[in-house]
Design a protein around this ligand. Structure first.
Ligand SMILES: NC(=O)c1ccc[n+]([C@@H]2O[C@H](COP(=O)([O-])OP(=O)(O)OC[C@H]3O[C@@H](n4cnc5c(N)ncnc54)[C@H](OP(=O)(O)O)[C@@H]3O)[C@@H](O)[C@H]2O)c1
Length: 180
């Protein structure tokens, strides 16, 4: 399948993407120390993306932000429990209850060629289905001890090829991998 499914995410050193209650105060606090004008490659990454696929939990977190952060970027929200989007959500957002494989086939048929997959459980389900092609993981210098993990159980190993590592002077370490 030529459609690429990419991960671009920040984790604590011990591999959590949020606290157990979903909060990312530790990440906001770390981001506050990043020099202005430095985005750790986010804009360059986003310029290659046609659609963001995110889990319902990440979507709900995004809705709590003061502003919609994705402009006109098409968004797919995955959920088995939501039957309609909240009133006022931008028209760029679609709700899907589909397997990652069926969703990717649908997006490929629409001409999408690179998807940003976001949210821990969502990334795990795409990884388990062998759909993730590359990962950019930015390690934040904090140990949380507990929280929502980026990775979960798999029925086989996922071999990766290391592509690059950038150590930022403010302490973030960004690793990029391609799935073999
Ligand atoms: N550190 C970072 O850079 C970063 C980035 C993104 C998110 N986050 C944080 O991560 C937290 C959310 O992560 P998360 O692991 O809890 O979950 P998530 O992946 O955002 O959402 C999980 C939900 O997505 C739905 N879902 C996932 N796969 C599905 C599938 N194949 N089919 C149908 N529905 C599917 C389910 O919703 P239903 O329960 O409705 O069925 C599932 O409960 C938030 O607190 C967010 O702030 C952090």
């Amino acid at each position: 399948m030529s459609l690429r499914c990419s991960v671009y995410i920040a984790t604590s050193l011990d591999g959590f993407i949020a606290r157990t209650d979903g909060s990312i105060d530790w990440l906001m606090q770390a981001n506050a120390g990043v020099p202005s004008g430095e985005d750790c490659g986010y804009a360059a990454f986003m310029s290659t993306i046609n659609t963001i696929v995110m889990g319902r939990a990440t979507f709900e977190q995004v809705l709590s932000f003061p502003e919609w952060p994705f402009g006109s970027m098409p968004i797919v929200v995955l959920s088995r429990t939501l039957h309609a989007l909240p009133v006022g959500v931008p028209e760029t957002v679609r709700l899907f209850n589909a397997s990652p494989r069926d969703l990717v086939a649908q997006l490929a048929s629409e001409g999408v060629d690179r998807v940003y997959v976001d949210g821990g459980k969502t990334i795990q389900s795409f990884l388990a289905d062998g759909l993730i092609t590359d990962l950019t993981i930015t390690l934040i210098p904090v140990v949380l001890g507990s929280g929502l993990p980026l990775f979960g159980p798999l029925d086989r190993d996922v071999a990766l090829r290391h592509v690059s590592t950038t150590a930022f002077p403010f302490g973030f370490v960004q690793n990029t991998y391609h799935v073999v």
